[in-house]
Design a binder for this molecule. Structure first.
Ligand SMILES: [Zn+2]
Length: 51
């Protein structure tokens, strides 16, 4: 399973994303990724914006 262990940053506001977080939904469980708590931007585990 490919994983990215490097810290990622929000593509919009550059907020550093926590490595350990609660997934917001099954898509985040499935794909990894984050929802920025600063601006709400969704991104994948590589820090690319997801629409
Ligand atoms: Zn952000």
């Amino acid at each position: 399973m490919p994983l990215n262990f490097k810290p990622i940053h929000c593509p919009k506001c550059n907020e550093k994303q926590p490595q350990i977080r609660k997934p917001k939904g099954w898509k985040e469980i499935l794909w990894g990724g984050n929802t920025c708590k600063n601006c709400g931007c969704k991104m994948d585990r590589f820090g690319k914006e997801r629409k």
